[in-house]
Design a protein around this ligand. Structure first.
Ligand code: BJ8
Length: 427
């Protein structure tokens, strides 16, 4: 891709964006990106791709989506890992993650949602009410899911703002829950067939499974390199790769991430790091971090530590499981898709021992010096589950720090002080 000074305003206008509000949002992102990402030393050269993607975040990629629609395809928005991208792609859709990572139009949001709603929900409602997200405005359908109570009830209001389909996600993982979840995947398939005017074929589904697996395999490679010391990529840059995975073109993204993984493997072999050897190694776990939420990683890494793993939906929960590529017929493929997605360990499930085990396993595997639990305020599932993570970490002899925060920058000083004290304690 080559950078060109394209005027995207007519496209944004045609999508119905509020242009003054959108201008204000777009002018803030480069400053945040400069401060969090471009200011880092020793970045892998391959991150230039992500710098370009970020510079075109509401430009080129949106144009690609608009062109895709003009050619007869669909754009499907999602808010959660449980929505199977494979089915969307097999039916000619481009899948885009809509979780928003910045405060927007909170005044309007708080007229319809309680103030004490988590930042992630307020943010996606604010982006929609404020008409500043071209991804949301480009969607033919948005797929919600019954995960936490806040999202579930917010969708009842969101349905007035956009075409919405809600999947019923069970909250346990018993055989009868799997039956329900499989039926929900079939119901989503029928909905996508209706809006796309296509029928699901085994060939298209097998191809989509392979493509999405390849994307996750590339991210697995990139993240495997983070086991090394010194670590060849900063936590902020590794987080950015997963954030971009939610909306970039799949084959292009896979090829660029594989290139970065090649570079990281060479850096590891040469003993080259993005951070000095001996920098405290941190695992971050908790609620997802959508673009442009780099707050926690930024605080940690500006204090000289490095995040080497994220047990997050914008982290290992996104790429660690693959869909089994063995089945060749549609029912068999729907079976393995059902299993793969039900295997994700979100705190909305009970019990959720699998997540606690993952946190400890990853912490040991990546030889971390400490765990930071990052939870959004008012996110009851993760905030309550933090106690179990805390206990398991202490039992495994791993120091742990709990942080409850939001998207504002108001508590940056306080966060910095707490993380600094934690780092002094573990060093
Ligand atoms: S699979 S974590 S993306 S539901 S932060 S809105 S849980 S109150 S985002 Fe999530 Fe899917 Fe689970 Fe992942 Fe509610 Fe908590 Fe807010 Fe949350």
């Amino acid at each position: 891709m080559s950078q060109a000074a394209t005027d995207y305003r007519p496209m944004w206008e045609a999508l119905g964006l509020d242009l003054p509000g959108h201008d204000a949002l777009l002018s803030a992102i480069p400053l945040m990106y400069q401060d969090a990402h471009l200011s880092q030393a020793n970045r892998p050269e391959g991150m230039a791709y992500f710098d370009f993607v970020m510079s075109e975040i509401h430009g080129l990629r949106i144009k690609e989506l608009v062109d895709h629609k003009a050619a007869g395809g669909t754009v499907i928005g999602t808010f959660c890992l449980y929505v199977p991208e494979e089915i969307i792609r097999a039916l000619g859709g481009q899948c885009v993650g809509l979780c928003a990572g910045a405060e927007w139009a909170y005044g309007e949001v708080e007229r319809i949602l309680p103030k004490n709603t988590c930042a992630l929900i307020k943010s996606f409602m604010g982006f929609k009410l404020g008409k500043v997200c071209p991804y949301a405005e480009a969607c033919d359908l948005i797929v919600g899911e019954t995960t936490c109570d806040g999202k579930k009830k917010a969708y009842e209001l969101f349905t007035d703002l956009a075409p919405l389909h809600v999947m019923e996600l069970p909250q346990m993982k018993r055989p009868e829950d799997r039956v329900l979840w499989r039926a929900e995947i079939e119901r989503l398939t029928a909905k996508l067939e209706e809006i796309s005017g296509r029928n699901l074929t085994a060939e298209a589904l097998a191809a989509a499974v392979k493509e999405v697996n390849d994307k996750r395999r590339a991210l697995q490679r990139l993240n495997a390199a983070r086991r090394a010391s010194p670590v060849p990529i900063s936590g902020k840059d590794a987080l950015l790769a997963v954030q971009v995975a939610f909306y970039d073109d799949v084959p292009r993204f896979t090829s660029m991430v594989n290139k970065i993984a090649d570079e990281l493997e060479a850096r590891v072999a040469a003993g080259e790091g993005a951070m000095p050897k001996g920098a405290p190694r941190i695992l971050v776990t908790g609620t997802p971090m959508a673009i442009p939420n780099w707050k926690m990683h930024d605080v940690i890494e500006k204090l000289g530590a490095v995040v080497v793993m994220e047990e997050l939906c914008t982290g290992s929960r996104y790429y660690s499981q693959l869909v089994d590529e063995t089945p060749t017929d549609i029912p068999g493929m729907i079976d393995v898709i059902t299993d793969k997605y039900l295997d994700i360990n979100c705190a909305c499930f009970t019990p959720n021992q699998g997540r606690i085990d993952d946190v400890i396993r990853l912490a040991q595997d990546y030889k971390v010096d400490g765990i930071i639990q990052y939870d959004l305020q008012f996110c009851t599932p993760y905030q309550i589950e933090a106690t179990a993570v805390d206990r398991a970490a202490k039992a495994a002899g791993i120091p742990v720090l709990r942080i409850d925060t939001d998207y504002s920058s108001g508590d940056m000083g306080q966060l910095s002080t707490r993380v600094e004290a934690f780092l002094e304690m573990i060093e």
